[in-house]
Design a protein around this ligand. Structure first.
Ligand code: ZN
Ligand code: ZN
Length: 280
């Protein structure tokens, strides 16, 4: 498995100079395995992802985009995803996990693209869309490329709800946990979900001080992300969902501090690829 960050920014895209080393596009992750890709979230980074797929002539009968939740910074790139305008392309938009509160997944994208907000409506994009809401994620993914894949999705604390994902494939484990607010204690269910991961991708929008003033906004501090990594015994940690007010200089400084405590920590940069290895 290989992970590529197409969007690392939280809340809103940033185009200002001084922010481009870590990247201005909002959340979008690409997971690649044996030439098959899966996507998590459709923030503005999805636009470049789609352009890259076209540029390299990537062919895949069905492209899956799984959503952690539907806040703007996780869906805003969807209307600009070039493969969605290809009538030969099948695209599955899906939610995973129990206790989902969304009742109509298609409607979320229909509303996002209704005429008051966008010139092209969902039905006119062209691709063949499928909308899936799955409680038990495991069953759905086993069998892609004939490799057993165990996907566990777990709801966590975030305004309106959001889901973390644990993906186990070829003996390697990737855990993605973004847009999460822990509360007074680190959420023990998340520690359990992240247990022994080869790579944990965790929300780190705030410093500990900022978090004090942003209670209820749904995010974590750098320290909390490292605490989860330590408690869960993960091998590597990638911090993401950078605050739109945190410029490159600031994030570089934070990254050095984080690495003093957790040497295998890195702050995600747009375009960064992390290999999660092959079976041993
Ligand atoms: Zn977000
Ligand atoms: Zn959110």
């Amino acid at each position: 498995m290989k992970l590529k960050f197409y969007g690392t920014r939280g809340s809103i895209p940033v185009c200002d100079a001084g922010f481009q080393q870590f990247g201005g596009n909002t959340t979008c992750l690409q997971i690649t395995d044996t030439n098959q890709i899966a996507i998590i979230d459709a923030g503005t980074g999805l636009r470049n992802l789609g352009r890259d797929l076209l540029a390299i002539g990537h062919k895949q009968e069905q492209i899956r985009i799984a959503f952690t939740h539907f806040h703007w910074d996780h869906i805003q790139g969807f209307p600009f995803f070039a493969p969605a305008y290809d009538p030969k392309q099948k695209i599955t938009l899906l939610t995973l996990g129990r206790d989902q509160t969304i009742s109509n997944l298609r409607e979320i994208f229909e509303v996002q693209m209704q005429a008051e907000y966008f010139p092209v409506q969902l039905d006119h994009m062209g691709a063949n869309f499928e909308f899936l809401q799955i409680a038990d994620a495991t069953e759905h993914f086993t069998g892609i490329n004939n490799v057993e894949t165990i996907v566990t999705a777990q709801r966590h604390n975030h305004p309106g709800g959001a889901y973390s994902f644990r993906i186990e494939r070829n003996g390697r484990v990737l855990v993605v946990c973004i847009d999460v607010e822990h509360g007074e204690q680190i959420d023990p269910r998340l520690v359990k979900l992240a247990r022994g991961a080869d790579l944990l991708v965790h929300d780190a929008q705030y410093t500990a001080e900022e978090l004090q003033k942003r209670r209820g906004w749904g995010h974590s501090s750098f320290d909390q992300a490292m605490q989860v990594a330590e408690m869960a015994g993960v091998k590597r940690l990638a911090l993401t969902h950078h605050d739109p007010d945190h410029d490159d200089e600031f994030l570089e400084r934070i990254e050095k501090l984080c690495q003093e405590r957790f040497p295998n920590a890195v702050l995600a940069r747009e375009g960064m690829e992390i290999s999660i290895g092959e079976a041993t």
